[in-house]
Design a protein around this ligand. Structure first.
Ligand SMILES: [Zn+2]
Length: 179
């Protein structure tokens, strides 16, 4: 006979499978690849990064600041990778970035298998939160008023991200010869 606990664990397993995740056999093992204590996160992150990633705070629109820190990524237009500031996993690509005119970096799709959705009912508003698949760091929220082809608007805190521009193929110090 199945106990309530077994049924619940089985249901969780089904949900994880839908997200391409495999539940761990031992309950004592962490669900996420990167798990740190609060003290370790505080040592690794800046105060604003900690507030967003671990405490699910939201940076201000347009200025993209929180406390004394601000992110420049709203206006970032180079080709490259947007990474989780907590664990460096590539979570968004420049190809999916667009100007949503909301004041936050916005993307119409995440990198495959990099971002998880969760039910966020804070502030009495039901929203879908987004977190990093590897460290569970909170990134932002997803809404359904985005552009084609997905119709999704991933509204992301710039402070939750770092940016790595793609290599241009032109090494510094080796200028392209002009004839
Ligand atoms: Zn992460």
């Amino acid at each position: 006979m199945l106990t309530r606990r077994q049924i619940m664990l089985s249901a969780i397993g089904g949900i994880l499978a839908q997200h391409g995740l495999t539940p761990r056999a031992e309950a004592s093992q962490p669900l996420f690849e990167v798990t740190l204590t609060e003290a370790e996160w505080r040592a690794r992150l800046t105060p604003a990064q900690f507030a967003v990633l671990r405490d699910r705070k939201t940076e201000h629109a347009w200025t993209n600041h929180l406390g004394q820190e601000a992110s420049p990524l709203l206006d970032e237009a180079r080709a490259g990778s947007y990474n989780c500031a907590g664990c460096a996993l590539s979570v968004y690509r420049s190809e999916a970035k667009y100007d949503s005119r909301t004041g936050w970096p916005s993307f119409w799709e995440p990198v495959s298998d990099a971002v998880l959705e969760y039910d966020d009912s804070s502030f009495f508003i039901r929203r879908t939160g987004l977190s990093c698949r590897r460290c569970d760091g909170h990134l932002g929220h997803v809404f359904d008023d985005g552009p084609a082809p997905t119709g999704a608007r991933h509204c992301i805190n710039g402070l939750a991200l770092t940016f790595t521009p793609d290599a241009t193929g032109v090494e510094e110090g080796f200028p392209v010869a002009h004839s």
